[in-house]
Design a protein around this ligand. Structure first.
Ligand SMILES: [Zn+2]
Ligand SMILES: [Zn+2]
Length: 356
């Protein structure tokens, strides 16, 4: 009897230990070695469209596109789709009618036969959205307005829409973004368009299991999104930020990169790395960042590095990236350095206040 009690106690202690641990060490499915295109049952391409979003999903020869950047990015997106082997699209998801997301979709519709067009029930009188609707009508696509928990099958992957609900009313158009969980085997990707904190908190409150291996941060890494509560619920092993080099909005915002750093979530950024491709074999995910040729599947990429030192071209002084003077420095005067020596060798002197 005594033996049974002590055995049960040991089991209880072991259980408590492991349950406690999962909070601190979520299972990391990011692979160090590359998963080849042949072995990948799902590839998620974060296409670099400058300041905007464009995601291509590929599973077993089926394709879905989520947004296509500004209208000006259309040629880049169309040639990317051709080189990825897209002949026709099984789904097109327009997360919300802002031009940095829907702008390129009109010409994608004209270039590729598209079966189902998914968008939220919200209107906009912007020209880019009108062009998309005109092209969708011309091509006779099937429209769908999803409700939360609607699912769509893409090859061996499943796309589950988590937001918005058709009766939701938001003050920001961004919050109407179609939020998708894309799953293949045990791996998952959460794509939130430009959804902001209001929606992120609604999703947390919904009780839905938001945990995902890869999160595409909402609204290009703006501080309006990626609140701590949401990031903890998603607990991703990798974060993707889609934004333009030296964009006018300062995306990604420091608050977001700092929170991600604090949570030790590595970041891949399209402004620093170009196209980013995540391949899943159902158990592990490899992330690569090269131009859209076969070489993207050859080497696993490291997270996008943020420059550690920022120098001022006009004052010839360099600072640690988090020094207050970096915030007030004009973009055109900024020079990035990864090491202190590089900055010194280039003739810059260390800032007296942050003492880099
Ligand atoms: Zn937006
Ligand atoms: Zn946007």
């Amino acid at each position: 009897m005594k033996r049974t009690v002590s055995l049960l106690l040991s089991l209880l202690i072991i259980c408590l230990f492991f349950c406690g641990c999962t909070d601190f060490f979520p299972y990391n499915r990011i692979s160090d070695s590359i998963i080849s295109k042949e072995d990948a049952g799902l590839a998620v391409h974060f296409v670099d469209v400058g300041q905007g979003d464009c995601v291509l999903l590929e599973s077993r020869g089926q394709f879905a596109i989520i947004d296509a950047g500004e209208y000006s990015e259309k040629d880049k997106v169309i040639s990317y789709l051709h080189s990825a082997g897209v002949k026709n699209l099984d789904y097109m998801i327009s997360t919300h009618p802002h031009s940095d997301h829907c702008g390129g979709l009109s010409e994608v519709l004209r270039s590729f036969e598209t079966a189902v067009f998914i968008s939220p029930d919200v209107d906009s009188d912007s020209n880019s959205w009108e062009y998309v609707l005109d092209a969708a009508d011309e091509r006779g696509v099937t429209y769908e307005t999803p409700e939360p928990y609607d699912t769509y099958t893409l090859g061996d992957a499943t796309i589950t829409v988590l937001s918005p609900s058709s009766d939701a009313v938001y003050s920001s158009l961004n919050d109407y973004s179609v939020v998708c969980m894309v799953e293949y085997g045990s791996t998952s990707f959460l794509l939130t368009g430009d959804a902001e904190e209001t929606v992120e908190k609604e999703l947390v409150r919904s009780g839905y299991d938001l945990s995902a291996d890869v999160l595409k941060c909402g609204h290009h890494g703006s501080s309006t999104s990626s609140c701590g509560e949401f990031l903890k619920a998603v607990s991703p092993s990798a974060a993707i930020i889609s934004c333009g080099k030296d964009n006018d909005y300062g995306h990604p915002h420091k608050e977001v990169t700092e929170t991600l750093n604090d949570l030790q979530i590595p970041i891949w950024r399209t402004d620093l790395s170009g196209n980013i491709i995540a391949c899943s074999d159902g158990e592990k995910i490899s992330i690569s960042t090269a131009e859209n040729d076969e070489s993207v599947f050859v080497t696993a990429a490291t997270p996008s590095q943020q420059a550690t030192y920022i120098a001022n071209r006009s004052t010839k002084v360099f600072h640690s990236f988090d020094c207050g003077s970096v915030d007030t420095m004009s973009e055109k005067n900024k020079v990035d350095f990864n090491t202190r020596d590089e900055a010194l060798n280039a003739g810059y002197t260390p800032c007296g206040s942050c003492q880099p």
